[in-house]
Design a protein around this ligand. Structure first.
Ligand SMILES: NC(=O)c1ccc[n+]([C@@H]2O[C@H](COP(=O)([O-])OP(=O)(O)OC[C@H]3O[C@@H](n4cnc5c(N)ncnc54)[C@H](O)[C@@H]3O)[C@@H](O)[C@H]2O)c1
Length: 346
């Protein structure tokens, strides 16, 4: 699929802001890739990546001729960037979450790409964190028997006071929807990865810090068949026991009839058999590279293998529409104060 038949995959990136650093680092560590350009409307930021720098996407696509465009800019830029990339012959696109500005726009982008035969994968990286891969394998191996409930407690500890988020992601303060749209959406996808599609959702959200616009605390509960429940319990003002609260962003319990899996803030996963007191370690804490257990690199490697070797891809745009529909249902449930059983048709 490479333009030069068998040579490295030519990759160009749109965006050189806060989170892009993890993308550039991950691309540089993939030996099958050649980085051919960086574009940011602030060209100084693109220059700082050390790559051939552009201030305009159309110009970059024309000059750098990438096989793959990695979109690392905010949602209002996604649709136009995808349209332009398809028109200029790009064959694969990775687009950061939240994907586009609405379900309707995301559907339109997906249909455009499908018609053109262009692969679009949403950069939903949390399911690629090594601890969720370990937990998924443990469920497949039935190490805890039948799963009865999953709980994730998000405790980032970065949401207190008037300066909340300003040093790292200042745009958080202005977002009308924060906790779920920006961050909790990762567990909408992670719960799908671990348990499949939910049958219903209930949510109760609130804003605790008056310095910001959106919600910063709240719950959502997914219903599954046989009484299985998944609970996301988020509060950005509270922390958890971790040297770095950004490694896992919180703690998880995956409880089954024969045992319990625990994810701690250092990324370690423990298994305690039902009736036992002492757990054993399934995944030890390590000095992970990059962000969140190197999940950006894991996702990028996954896409490169998918594109170059035809391996099946997780979270292609069509599949990800479901995440956006569920997120909508979460806000709708919170607004109405009732459980939502019908998700928008994705
Ligand atoms: N998956 C994750 O774990 C994760 C984590 C953080 C952020 N994100 C997502 O990544 C995206 C970027 O977040 P960020 O924190 O890097 O934001 P940021 O504001 O730090 O960076 C965005 C960059 O995009 C550039 N930009 C904006 N519009 C542009 C345009 N039309 N053309 C060219 N450049 C343009 C800006 O100049 C800026 O440098 C967001 O969608 C965010 O939700 C994902």
């Amino acid at each position: 699929m490479t333009r030069n038949g068998g040579e490295a995959l030519r990759v160009a990136c749109l965006g050189a802001g806060y989170f892009a650093q993890f993308h550039y680092d991950a691309w540089r560590r993939n030996a099958r890739v050649r980085l051919v350009g960086s574009c940011d409307r602030d060209r100084e930021k693109a220059k700082a990546t050390g790559l051939t720098a552009f201030g305009d996407l159309e110009h970059m696509l024309k000059m750098a001729k990438p096989d793959l465009l990695d979109i690392i800019t905010p949602p209002p830029t996604h649709f136009e960037a995808i349209k332009l990339a398809i028109a200029k012959g790009v064959k694969a696109i990775i687009c950061q979450k939240p994907f586009c500005t609405s379900l309707e726009e995301a559907k339109e982008a997906t249909e455009l790409a499908e018609t053109a035969g262009v692969t679009v994968v949403v950069h939903e990286n949390f399911r690629f964190q090594p601890w969720y891969r370990t937990i998924h394998q443990a469920l497949d191996d039935r190490l805890i028997g039948d799963v009865l409930q999953v709980t994730f407690r998000l405790r980032t500890g970065d949401g207190q006071g008037p300066r909340a988020y300003l040093d790292r992601q200042p745009y958080f303060q202005e977002m009308p929807k924060l906790l779920i749209h920006e961050t909790g959406v990762h567990w909408v996808d992670t719960f799908r990865y671990l348990l499949g599609e939910p049958e219903a959702v209930y949510a109760d959200l609130r804003r605790l810090n008056p310095a910001i616009k959106g919600e910063d605390a709240g719950y959502f509960v997914f219903d599954y068949a046989n009484g299985v429940r998944a609970l996301f319990d988020g509060n950005r003002l509270l922390d958890h026991a971790a040297e770095n609260c950004r490694t896992t962003l919180g703690e998880a319990l995956i409880e089954g009839a024969e045992g319990t899996l625990t994810l701690s803030g250092d990324g370690s996963v423990r298994l305690r058999h039902f009736g036992d007191v002492k757990p054993s370690i399934l995944l030890a804490a390590q000095n992970w590279n990059g962000f969140g257990g190197d999940c950006v690199k894991n996702l990028i490697d996954h896409v490169v293998n998918g594109v170059l070797d035809g391996m099946p891809l997780e979270n292609e745009a069509r599949a990800y529409l479901k995440v956006i529909a569920i997120e909508q249902a979460i806000y709708e449930s919170n607004r109405l104060g009732t459980k939502i059983r019908e998700f928008a048709h994705a």
